[in-house]
Design a protein around this ligand. Structure first.
Ligand code: FES
Length: 126
């Protein structure tokens, strides 16, 4: 007994350190119990931050992903007399020659299961 009436405290021992080997250090079970949840939280946090940042640059539901994105509205106008006998216009917004179809809808349809195709305007006899 001590003078305060309490039983003496047992001596404190230092927590075990991971064993160091020549190629690095080994993780003990106690380290994994801490490391695994920290890794899971970091992975989920990274995913959420990436998802948030991606969502800011590409708004959900937009069909136009690359054509004149600096313009508030994409509009093209053609005179009927200038079209000639046939014109093929893109409706998938993936064409590199927009507003004309370049066949990019085929790849889009294969990748997404969509069924979009061009608008074809032609003279009756063409
Ligand atoms: S490339 Fe868009 S409809 Fe053909």
């Amino acid at each position: 007994m001590t003078s305060s009436g309490l039983p003496p405290m047992p001596p404190l021992s230092a927590p075990p350190l991971p064993a160091l080997s020549s190629s690095g250090f080994r993780l003990s079970k106690e380290h994994l119990v801490v490391a695994v949840p920290v890794a899971v939280v970091a992975a989920v946090g990274g995913f959420l931050v990436g998802h948030y940042l991606t969502g800011r640059s590409c708004k959900k539901g937009q069909v136009n992903t690359c054509v004149s994105k600096d313009s508030p509205k994409v509009v093209h106008s053609f005179d009927m007399e200038d079209i000639g006998t046939k014109a093929v216009y893109c409706r998938c917004w993936k064409s590199k020659k927009f507003p004309y179809c370049d066949g990019a809808h085929t790849k889009h349809n294969e990748e997404t299961g969509d069924n979009v195709g061009p608008l074809i305007i032609k003279k009756k006899d063409a």
